[in-house]
Design a protein around this ligand. Sequence first.
Ligand code: NDP
Length: 608
Amino acid sequence: MTKERGKENGGGSEGLDIDLDALRDKYREERDKRRRDDGIEQFIEIAGDYAHFEQDPWVDGDLEREAVVEDVDVAVVGGGFGGLLTGARLRQQGVEDLRIIEKGGDVGGTWYWNRYPGVACDVESYVYLPLIEEVGTIPTEKYSRGAEIFEHSRALARKFDLYRGALFRTEVTEVRWDEALGRWIVKTDRGDVLRARFVCMAIGFLEKPKLPGIPGIEDFEGTSFHTSRWDYAYTGGDANGDLSGLHDKVVGVVGTGASAVQCVPHLGANAQHLYVFQRTPAGVDVRDNRPTDFDWLKSQAPGWQQRRIDNFHTLTTGGYEEPDLVGDRWTDVPRRIREVIAATGKDSLSPEELEQIAVRMDFEKMEEIRTHIANVVTDPATAEALKPWYRQFCKRPCFHDDYLPTFNRPNVSLVDTQGRGVERITKKGVIANGREFSLDCLVFATGFEVATEFARRAGYETIGRNGLTLTEKWRDRYRTFHGLHVHGFPNCFVMSLSQSGFSLNFAYLMDIQARQIAYVISETLARGASTVEASEEAEAEWCAEIAKRGEAFDPTFAEQCTPSYYNDEGKPDAKSLDRNFFIGEPTEFAELLAAWREEGRLRGLALR
Ligand code: NDP
């Protein structure tokens, strides 16, 4: 769609020669193919008969240990970046008595579980890896591989002494408030009973794997697993590839999101034949990884990481800052927007003019991605099927340099389902587009639960004052104060994406939350109070603020988007708006919390 020049009123393109109206029609048409009534209900919860999909492949043998029954100041549920940052910030505030409780055999969270071939982070390592100046980690590449990030998680735990008291391979089964004790009773599947003054739920933003609800999924007799629980015993090799066990195997992968984009090149390089079953193509931009320039890194003045983190965050959330320190494809569109604004020669532009420029840059970016696909993928039909037809942030953008060329291999076939997905799974393989594909191995690159109930994702219920559960509390409306506190749940902190700030860099957001939690806990202790709890009014005000900001944001954007976990699979429920981010200027959420701390009144919280 690059023949006609765009029409001005629709945001005519001055750069690439593209027809925006025709593109909008195409986007709508592609979205409509993918809309379905079941929304997030289309996925299967990994539990019961499917529980083996969630088993930990990274531990050996049984763990025998005595149950821990004791008092503790802070129980931190989860040992990923959220739990580690909370632990680190608490230790910095002088809170020593804390325990991490973690389902996995080590810290690391996402980077503990996800060890699939090619696993890496496509957010720059120097902004993604938390506290690298404090820990002394030197990322070896601009985009770190999973093993390096996992190792950094371990280094974080060592640096802040978070292995002390940590309970691994331990699942929390219940968290219940004991009013008489003024403590949370945290029970686990190993018989532990921790009486905790405070409990921090750092269960992860994308933690619980999900399976597609494809009929017959339980019938498959070959080997199948989810990307986050890779079966190297079957495939051979490791996260660097060399999957020798697949040389004589026909492999299928369901899903083409960020995880698939990273593992497909390795599957393609090793399987006898690989079928990639695609429902919606990913928007795959150039990554251009490179080794760290150690001289550059050493020359950075103290505090450089936070400056770089803030710079990346600002540029990727609608703000403007010079220079663009990260300078990659995440910051590409914002950089171009700045250039176009500068080229207008005007001192200021109206919000409508700014919006028009942003929209045009988005359409141009996606057109570039499609052109890139056509240039890389040699078979025209395959190239056409790999083209994404939606705005850049309708789905999580991907960045990879080996994904697209993989489709030029003779042993790799793209099975594009035109938005319908896989129809059925059989004993022998997969039926898509009316044809059965026989497979030895089926990999589910089908992502993680996002909008399901908190208790379902956490794996345990939280029971607050007067026996009220979090599930009941949030049954009709999602309600928090600052995205962290919940009225009726004193001394409890929930780290999540809902009603909190927004960042493409989850580690950035988790650190903001961790600092806030550490401040509130240390202040509560320092002020000699035994409980801290959000008032009902503060909670209501915060929810109203989230709603007001959500309404001011283009309400049609998510609607116009092709389904994904970003828009609750295209079928938002009554609570979707409630669960919105705090929408504002890039640094507004962090500044709001910092100013709140500065004020020192713990406004909105009641200390007793
Ligand atoms: P996603 O949710 O992004 O992708 C799931 C995939 O499964 C989609 O392509 C989806 O298709 C497909 N799918 C679901 N059901 C079916 C079906 N019935 N038939 C066919 N296909 C189906 O999961 P990922 O694990 O890829 O990524 C999750 C998130 O993890 C990312 O968005 C990112 O935030 C994070 N991540 C980050 C990385 C990084 O580098 N920092 C790397 C990897 C993951 P459809 O699009 O049509 O819904």
